[in-house]
Write a protein that binds this ligand. Structure first.
Ligand code: ADE
Length: 352
C-alpha cells in the first residue's frame, strides 16, 4: 500500500500516489478477501441502510414481479464506486428467491463469454454485469434481442456457409452497474426498465452502517467512535468498512478488548493520515501545493500533475472529485483554486 504511516501533519515530504489509497472508493483486493467480509453485505432490503428512494422503487418492482410470477425488469444502477451496486444486485436476487450470476464487462471480451452466461440462465435469474459501459459492441448487440425479446441470435459457421440460429432464453433480469451512465450507448440504456442512481450516504446512515458492521465483526465501538468513522469515510460504505478494519488492527495490537472509543479511531486513522473530513495525504498534498507555491491558484491541471508527479487523468478522476464535492477545490476556466473552506480546513487564513 502506498500510504506512508509516519508523521501526519503539514509537512508531508514522502510521496503518496493516488493508487491503492485507503480512501479510494474503487475496490481493493482486501475488500472482498478479508475474512468475514462477505458477511458484512446486507442480504435483504430491510437490512440495506440508506438509499431510501432506490429501495422504495426496487421494493415495489420486486413485489410486482413476484406477484406476476415474471422476471424483474432489467435494472441499471449507476453512481460512484463503493456505494453498494453489487450488494443491491445480490439483495434483489435474495428478495426474488433466485440466483445472481456476477460478471463484469471486461470479462466478456469474446462473444462466447456472454453467450455462455445467457444460455445457462435459469428462469427469473439475475445476471449482474459490472462496468457495463465497457461492453464490446458485439456483446452489446447480442444483449439487445436477449433483453428485449429473450432471444439470442447466433451466427454459426463462417463465410458463405454462415447461418443465423435463434435460441429462446428464459425470462431473466439483467442488472447493469456503472460509474459512468453517460458512457452507455442509448440503445443499451433504453432497454433498462428501471434506471436508478445511488447517492453518497448521509452521516446518520453511515453511522448505522458502521454500527451494523462492528456487530458482525464482533467489535464494540461506542457511538462517538462509529460517528468518527462515518465522518471520515467520504460518504462511502466500502471506505467505512475499510477504515473499520484499520481501527480493529490498532485495537488488536493495543490489546483493547473493551469498548473502542473515538480516541482510538483517531489514533488508527491518523496513522493512515486520514483526517477528520476523510482527506488523505494525496488530497492534502494537492491543496498544499496550490497554497504554498501558487497562492491558492488558479493553476492548470497539467502543471499541478507535473509538480505532484501524478498523471493528469488520475489526478482529475481520483483525487479531485472528493475535494470538489467537499467544496475545498474549484475548477475554473483558468485552473484549480483552493476555496476558503479548503484553506480553513488546512489551517490557513481564509483570505489569500
Ligand atoms: N454495508 C455496506 N453497505 C451497506 C448498506 N447500505 N447497508 C447495510 N450495510 C452495508
Amino acid at each position: 500500500m502506498a500510504i506512508v504511516s509516519s508523521s501526519a501533519g503539514r509537512a508531508e515530504s514522502s510521496k503518496t500516489t493516488a493508487k491503492n489509497r485507503l480512501v479510494d472508493a474503487a475496490p481493493l483486493p482486501e475488500d472482498t478477501t478479508a475474512p468475514r467480509e462477505d458477511g458484512l453485505r446486507p442480504r435483504r432490503l430491510d437490512d440495506y441502510i440508506g438509499q431510501h428512494e432506490l429501495k422504495q422503487v426496487l421494493s415495489i418492482a420486486v413485489q410486482a414481479a413476484i406477484g406476476r410470477g415474471d422476471a424483474l425488469d432489467h435494472v441499471l444502477l449507476y453512481g460512484p464506486p463503493g456505494l453498494g451496486k453489487t450488494t443491491m444486485a445480490l439483495v434483489l436476487a435474495e428478495e426474488l428467491g433466485v440466483k445472481c450470476r456476477i460478471t463484469s464487462a471486461p470479462a466478456l471480451e469474446r462473444p462466447r463469454d456472454i453467450v455462455g452466461l445467457l444460455v445457462n440462465l435459469q428462469p427469473r435469474e439475475l445476471l449482474f454485469i459490472d462496468e457495463i459501459h465497457r461492453l464490446t459492441r458485439v456483446a452489446e448487440e447480442l444483449l439487445y434481442p436477449a433483453m428485449e425479446d429473450r432471444r439470442l441470435d447466433l451466427t454459426v459457421g463462417k463465410g458463405s456457409t454462415a447461418r443465423t440460429r435463434t435460441l429462446d432464453l428464459p425470462p431473466f433480469t439483467l442488472v447493469g452497474a456503472t460509474t459512468r451512465a453517460g458512457a452507455l450507448s442509448s440503445p443499451l440504456r433504453d432497454r433498462f426498465g428501471l434506471i436508478q442512481r445511488l447517492e453518497f450516504y448521509g452521516i446518520d446512515d453511515l453511522r448505522a452502517i458502521v454500527k451494523r458492521a462492528t456487530g458482525l465483526l464482533g467489535l464494540q465501538l461506542n457511538e462517538e467512535a462509529c460517528l468518527e468513522i462515518a465522518r471520515r469515510c467520504r460518504g462511502t460504505p466500502r471506505i467505512a468498512n475499510r477504515l473499520l478494519r484499520r481501527v480493529r488492527d490498532v485495537a488488536t495490537v493495543r490489546g483493547v478488548s473493551t469498548l473502542i472509543d473515538a480516541a482510538l479511531v483517531d489514533e488508527a486513522l491518523s496513522l493512515h493520515r486520514v483526517d477528520g473530513r476523510g482527506l488523505d495525504a494525496s488530497d492534502r498534498r494537492l491543496l498544499e501545493l496550490l497554497l504554498e507555491s501558487h497562492g491558492g491558484g488558479p493553476v492548470g491541471l497539467e502543471t499541478l500533475a507535473a509538480a505532484l508527479g501524478e498523471d493528469p487523468a488520475t489526478l482529475e478522476a481520483v483525487v479531485e472529485p472528493f475535494l470538489l464535492q467537499l467544496g475545498f477545490l474549484q475548477r475554473t476556466p483558468r485552473g484549480r483554486v483552493v476555496t476558503s473552506a479548503g484553506r480553513r480546513h488546512l489551517g490557513w487564513s481564509e483570505q489569500p
